[in-house]
Write a protein that binds this ligand. Structure first.
Ligand code: AMP
Length: 164
Protein backbone atom coordinates (compact mmCIF):
# COMPACT_ATOMS: atom_id res chain seq x y z
CA UNK A 1 0.00 0.00 0.00
CA UNK A 2 1.34 3.47 -0.83
CA UNK A 3 2.08 6.06 1.91
CA UNK A 4 -0.86 8.20 0.76
CA UNK A 5 -3.22 5.21 0.82
CA UNK A 6 -2.04 4.26 4.32
CA UNK A 7 -2.52 7.86 5.51
CA UNK A 8 -6.08 7.74 4.12
CA UNK A 9 -6.72 4.51 6.04
CA UNK A 10 -5.45 5.99 9.28
CA UNK A 11 -7.39 9.27 8.98
CA UNK A 12 -10.55 7.35 7.95
CA UNK A 13 -10.23 5.20 11.08
CA UNK A 14 -10.12 8.37 13.25
CA UNK A 15 -13.17 9.85 11.47
CA UNK A 16 -15.20 6.61 11.67
CA UNK A 17 -14.41 6.15 15.37
CA UNK A 18 -14.84 9.88 16.05
CA UNK A 19 -11.42 9.84 17.73
CA UNK A 20 -9.06 12.82 18.01
CA UNK A 21 -6.03 11.93 15.83
CA UNK A 22 -2.60 12.09 17.45
CA UNK A 23 0.99 12.29 16.24
CA UNK A 24 1.16 8.51 16.65
CA UNK A 25 -1.41 8.12 13.82
CA UNK A 26 1.05 9.83 11.48
CA UNK A 27 4.02 7.80 12.75
CA UNK A 28 2.13 4.53 12.27
CA UNK A 29 1.94 5.33 8.56
CA UNK A 30 5.21 7.16 8.14
CA UNK A 31 7.48 5.03 10.32
CA UNK A 32 9.87 5.98 13.08
CA UNK A 33 12.96 6.75 11.05
CA UNK A 34 14.70 9.97 12.07
CA UNK A 35 17.59 11.28 10.03
CA UNK A 36 20.38 12.24 12.41
CA UNK A 37 23.84 13.76 12.26
CA UNK A 38 26.68 14.45 14.70
CA UNK A 39 27.46 18.01 15.78
CA UNK A 40 31.02 17.54 14.50
CA UNK A 41 29.87 16.96 10.89
CA UNK A 42 30.35 19.86 8.51
CA UNK A 43 27.47 21.84 7.05
CA UNK A 44 28.56 20.54 3.63
CA UNK A 45 28.10 16.93 4.83
CA UNK A 46 24.76 17.80 6.42
CA UNK A 47 23.35 19.50 3.31
CA UNK A 48 24.50 16.58 1.15
CA UNK A 49 22.71 14.16 3.49
CA UNK A 50 19.56 16.35 3.39
CA UNK A 51 19.65 16.45 -0.42
CA UNK A 52 20.25 12.70 -0.70
CA UNK A 53 17.33 11.90 1.61
CA UNK A 54 15.17 14.74 0.22
CA UNK A 55 14.49 16.11 3.69
CA UNK A 56 14.64 19.58 5.24
CA UNK A 57 15.93 18.83 8.72
CA UNK A 58 18.36 16.66 10.67
CA UNK A 59 18.31 15.96 14.38
CA UNK A 60 21.77 16.55 15.83
CA UNK A 61 22.84 13.87 18.29
CA UNK A 62 25.39 13.82 21.08
CA UNK A 63 25.51 10.06 21.69
CA UNK A 64 21.98 9.08 22.71
CA UNK A 65 21.10 12.69 23.64
CA UNK A 66 19.37 15.19 21.33
CA UNK A 67 21.85 18.07 21.05
CA UNK A 68 20.05 20.23 18.50
CA UNK A 69 18.23 20.48 15.20
CA UNK A 70 19.59 21.69 11.87
CA UNK A 71 17.25 22.69 9.05
CA UNK A 72 17.47 24.25 5.58
CA UNK A 73 16.48 27.56 7.20
CA UNK A 74 19.73 27.43 9.23
CA UNK A 75 21.72 26.94 6.04
CA UNK A 76 20.19 30.13 4.64
CA UNK A 77 20.26 32.23 7.78
CA UNK A 78 23.44 31.16 9.55
CA UNK A 79 25.68 30.01 6.70
CA UNK A 80 24.81 31.52 3.30
CA UNK A 81 23.66 34.92 4.55
CA UNK A 82 26.77 35.19 6.74
CA UNK A 83 29.07 34.13 3.89
CA UNK A 84 30.46 31.16 5.83
CA UNK A 85 32.11 28.20 4.07
CA UNK A 86 29.91 25.05 4.36
CA UNK A 87 33.02 22.85 4.38
CA UNK A 88 34.58 24.83 7.24
CA UNK A 89 31.60 25.22 9.57
CA UNK A 90 30.42 22.42 11.84
CA UNK A 91 26.75 21.63 12.31
CA UNK A 92 27.24 22.23 16.06
CA UNK A 93 28.12 25.88 15.40
CA UNK A 94 24.95 26.71 13.48
CA UNK A 95 22.27 24.34 14.81
CA UNK A 96 19.41 25.36 17.10
CA UNK A 97 20.09 24.01 20.58
CA UNK A 98 16.78 24.16 22.42
CA UNK A 99 14.79 21.56 20.55
CA UNK A 100 11.02 21.57 20.88
CA UNK A 101 9.70 18.00 20.82
CA UNK A 102 6.27 16.46 21.12
CA UNK A 103 5.01 13.12 22.45
CA UNK A 104 3.30 10.41 20.40
CA UNK A 105 0.03 11.17 22.21
CA UNK A 106 0.14 14.89 21.32
CA UNK A 107 -2.99 15.58 19.29
CA UNK A 108 -2.56 16.75 15.71
CA UNK A 109 -4.14 20.16 16.32
CA UNK A 110 -1.77 20.79 19.22
CA UNK A 111 1.24 19.82 17.04
CA UNK A 112 0.05 22.30 14.37
CA UNK A 113 -0.36 24.98 17.05
CA UNK A 114 3.19 24.40 18.35
CA UNK A 115 4.63 24.73 14.83
CA UNK A 116 2.60 27.87 14.12
CA UNK A 117 3.40 29.58 17.44
CA UNK A 118 7.13 28.75 17.32
CA UNK A 119 7.44 29.29 13.56
CA UNK A 120 9.02 25.89 13.00
CA UNK A 121 8.21 23.22 10.42
CA UNK A 122 9.75 20.17 12.12
CA UNK A 123 8.88 18.45 15.35
CA UNK A 124 10.85 15.48 16.68
CA UNK A 125 8.73 12.99 18.60
CA UNK A 126 10.28 11.68 21.82
CA UNK A 127 9.21 9.73 24.91
CA UNK A 128 9.54 10.94 28.55
CA UNK A 129 13.20 9.85 28.63
CA UNK A 130 14.06 11.82 25.51
CA UNK A 131 14.34 8.78 23.23
CA UNK A 132 13.54 9.68 19.65
CA UNK A 133 10.46 7.92 18.27
CA UNK A 134 10.06 9.77 14.99
CA UNK A 135 9.86 13.14 13.30
CA UNK A 136 6.88 14.98 11.84
CA UNK A 137 7.01 17.91 9.47
CA UNK A 138 4.45 20.55 8.58
CA UNK A 139 4.02 18.63 5.28
CA UNK A 140 3.00 15.48 7.20
CA UNK A 141 0.46 17.49 9.22
CA UNK A 142 -0.98 19.16 6.12
CA UNK A 143 -1.30 15.80 4.33
CA UNK A 144 -3.01 14.28 7.37
CA UNK A 145 -5.43 17.25 7.69
CA UNK A 146 -6.28 16.95 3.98
CA UNK A 147 -6.97 13.22 4.16
CA UNK A 148 -9.07 13.68 7.33
CA UNK A 149 -11.20 16.28 5.54
CA UNK A 150 -11.57 13.90 2.59
CA UNK A 151 -12.60 11.03 4.92
CA UNK A 152 -15.18 13.33 6.63
CA UNK A 153 -16.69 14.29 3.26
CA UNK A 154 -17.00 10.59 2.27
CA UNK A 155 -18.48 9.72 5.65
CA UNK A 156 -21.05 12.56 5.49
CA UNK A 157 -22.05 11.90 1.88
CA UNK A 158 -22.54 8.20 2.71
CA UNK A 159 -24.73 9.33 5.62
CA UNK A 160 -26.75 11.82 3.55
CA UNK A 161 -27.33 9.32 0.71
CA UNK A 162 -28.19 6.52 3.11
CA UNK A 163 -25.10 4.37 2.49
CA UNK A 164 -23.75 4.62 6.09
P1 AMP B 1 12.17 25.14 10.00
O1 AMP B 1 11.05 26.08 9.69
O2 AMP B 1 11.70 23.88 10.68
O3 AMP B 1 13.08 24.90 8.84
O4 AMP B 1 13.09 25.86 11.13
C1 AMP B 1 13.14 27.25 11.36
C2 AMP B 1 14.14 27.51 12.51
O5 AMP B 1 13.65 26.86 13.69
C3 AMP B 1 15.54 26.94 12.29
O6 AMP B 1 16.47 27.80 12.93
C4 AMP B 1 15.52 25.60 12.98
O7 AMP B 1 16.78 25.18 13.46
C5 AMP B 1 14.57 25.86 14.13
N1 AMP B 1 13.76 24.68 14.45
C6 AMP B 1 13.09 23.86 13.60
N2 AMP B 1 12.46 22.89 14.24
C7 AMP B 1 12.71 23.08 15.55
C8 AMP B 1 12.34 22.40 16.75
N3 AMP B 1 11.55 21.32 16.74
N4 AMP B 1 12.80 22.88 17.94
C9 AMP B 1 13.61 23.99 17.95
N5 AMP B 1 13.98 24.68 16.88
C10 AMP B 1 13.56 24.23 15.69
Amino acid sequence: MSGTARLRTSSSACVERNRMPTVKDILVEKGSQVHRIAASATVLEATRAMNDQQIGALVVMDGPRIAGIFTERDVLRRVVAEERQPSQVSVGEVMTRNVVCCRPDTDIDEASRIMRDRRIRHLPVADESGHLLGMISIGDLNAFHASTQEAKIHFLSDYVYGRA
